[in-house]
Design a protein around this ligand. Structure first.
Ligand code: SF4
Length: 328
């Protein structure tokens, strides 16, 4: 896929149609300054995207199992009552539990409260900036830690929520999210690779909105989708002479597609494994490696070979020096 074009399309769509959500305000001071002023998406693009990790975590924990519409008033109320992590650390757990009412899954309220105490006691009120440290905080798993790194610290990493997973599964692989034919690790590096440099935050926000409003789970708006020409799922639908992928999802063709799923020996995962196997024997010249993959494993596309090599290098599984590939 043409990544640069996909990024351009998604950002253009986001600037026009992205949602203005209270947790996208940079920090408490900005929120106060802008109180009563309608925030627009354009302002997000003109100021530093680094946001308060506390606001990111509160919103992410609230959104974990609850719809945006229900979270909106609760978030605003919660943040007004405890605007900083220090304020929350001083609250009583019972107060937080009461405030949480209506959001469900109360464990999240307890985690949030414990997390605030831990950040204040152990980190002097400043959130850590590594995934490993963030994940030691109560209630913070891989997804939330990565969300903090991208949204608050501006790191160029992909945040895989259900919307983003669905978009990439369809656009790049032509399947639904529950039929992704590569390993979660490969999928993660694939998503990380798609992030435009220095735009980790807006890129993930834009995709989340695109998945929530256009490439939705049950009724994607393929008819009006600006990424239609790049989408493999849409292309597959057209091959079956169905107008859009949205219609394709509802037809019996889809079951045919399921049966025709790619054999393992044609997946990137398989090819990656064979490349690493070959390098286990000894370092090798790149062209020799390509010919080995073509002759012995049927990988004839140079473009695909290049992409697989790139993903292995990104994952630090292989190294390229000059024209030779090796494992170290
Ligand atoms: S064409 Fe349809 S399936 Fe493809 S990205 Fe657009 S909305 Fe999603």
């Amino acid at each position: 896929m043409n990544r640069a074009l996909f990024q351009k399309i998604i950002f253009a769509w986001f600037e026009k149609h992205g949602r203005v959500l209270p947790w996208r305000v940079k920090n408490h001071e900005d929120a106060q300054r802008m109180s009563g002023v309608r925030e627009t998406l354009a302002t997000y693009f003109t100021k530093a995207w680094r946001r308060d990790p506390y606001r990111v975590i509160v919103s992410e924990l609230m959104l974990q199992q609850t719809q945006v519409d229900r979270v909106l008033p609760k978030f605003e109320h919660f943040i007004k009552r405890w605007p900083t992590v220090l304020d929350l650390s001083r609250a009583k757990l019972s107060e937080v539990m009461i405030e949480w009412q209506g959001l469900g899954y109360n464990r999240r309220a307890r985690f949030l409260h414990e997390m605030a105490k831990r950040v204040v006691e152990k980190y002097n009120g400043v959130f850590p900036q590594t995934e490993t440290e963030l994940r030691t905080l109560p209630g913070i798993g891989e997804y939330t830690a990565r969300a903090v790194l991208a949204f608050a610290y501006g790191q160029d990493i992909g945040v895989i929520d259900t919307n983003i997973k669905r978009i990439f599964a369809r656009v790049e692989l032509g399947v639904e999210a529950n039929a992704i034919p590569i390993s979660p690790k490969e999928f993660q590096s694939f998503i990380d690779f798609s992030v435009p440099k220095h735009h980790g935050d807006p890129w993930n926000q834009a995709l989340m909105d695109f998945g929530a409003l256009v490439c939705t789970a049950k009724s994607p708006k393929c008819d009006h989708c600006p990424a239609k020409t790049l989408c493999i799922a849409q292309r597959i639908a057209e091959e079956y002479r169905v107008k859009t992928y949205a219609e394709f999802l509802k037809t019996p063709h889809r079951n045919q597609q399921k049966k025709q799923s790619i054999p393992f020996e044609q997946t990137n995962r398989y090819f990656r494994g064979r490349i690493v196997d070959k390098l286990r024997e000894s370092p090798i010249h790149m062209e020799e490696l390509r010919m080995h993959m073509e002759t012995n494993h049927g990988l004839s596309s140079r473009k695909k070979f290049g992409e697989i090599i790139e993903s292995l290098v990104l994952d630090k599984l292989i190294y390229i020096r000059g024209s030779r590939a090796s494992l170290d």
